[in-house]
Design a protein around this ligand. Structure first.
Ligand code: DX5
Ligand code: ZN
Length: 225
């Protein structure tokens, strides 16, 4: 997928029906999702547990767009090949997940995936500055990771700083947590181009009433114009 800075919506399937991931992915793509965001949690780095490589591999054939896998796990490196085998297009690790995030990004790229580096709300922008030459994306968390449906924490100053450091390099800035039609314009104005949204996309809809997903995504896009 060629690089561009057009705003992309990446629905988080953390807010989907866990008994019906295949049809949920098909429904949100039909309704206009740009990427599919997959939240992997280990019950250790974050206080919640979701799914591992076999589940992610099972999602793969349903994803026709771009599978964006957000690892909220520690350690990371031992699992990189498993997520490559599962078919991740982008694999994002947290800068807080271990002492060697530079090595982690090298390993993700060596495994043939795009590499993302995420930072929690309490982590300063400086923590990722020296990693930018290896990164295809910086994920700025706007909630403390672990759960969907939390309140947006304003990280616009951090986003602006990272956008400034990126300059004309082909590196996405992704926002994750509390993205709604109210908060999306703030982060896009600061320089973000990929918006993860879970509850704001899935609320009120279902696979049998999927036009609601489309309405919810259009409401986010409309807030930006
Ligand atoms: C939070 C996850 C998010 C989450 C976002 O730990 O990384 O991707 O699903 O959910 P909302 O959009 O509901 O805040
Ligand atoms: Zn996420």
């Amino acid at each position: 997928m060629p690089f561009d800075r057009k705003v992309k919506i990446a629905p988080s399937i953390l807010s989907a029906d866990f008994a019906d991931f295949g049809r949920e992915i098909q429904a949100i793509e039909k309704e206009g999702a740009d990427w599919i965001h997959v939240d992997v949690m280990d019950g250790h780095f974050v206080p919640n547990l979701t799914f591992g490589p076999p589940a992610v591999k099972a999602f793969r054939p349903h994803v026709k767009t771009f599978m964006d896998v957000h690892l909220m796990i520690s350690p990371v490196d031992a699992y990189i090949d498993a997520y490559a085998d599962a078919g991740a297009d982008m694999l994002t690790a947290h800068v807080e997940a271990g002492p060697h995030p530079h090595r982690t990004l090298q390993a993700i790229k060596a495994a043939g995936m795009q590499a993302g580096i995420a930072l929690n709300p309490g982590t300063p922008a400086e923590a990722v500055r020296d990693l930018l030459p290896l990164a295809d994306m910086v994920l700025v968390m706007t909630v403390n990771p672990g759960f969907g449906g939390q309140k947006f924490i304003d990280m616009t100053a951090k986003v602006r700083q990272i956008r400034d450091w990126i300059g004309d390099r082909e590196i996405h800035i992704q926002i994750d947590g509390g993205v709604t039609p109210e908060t999306a314009p703030l982060v896009v104005d600061a320089g973000a181009d990929v918006l993860v949204a879970g509850s704001a996309v899935f609320k009120g809809g279902s696979v049998s009433n999927s036009s609601v997903y489309g309405d919810n995504m259009r409401a986010i896009r409309a807030s930006l114009s």
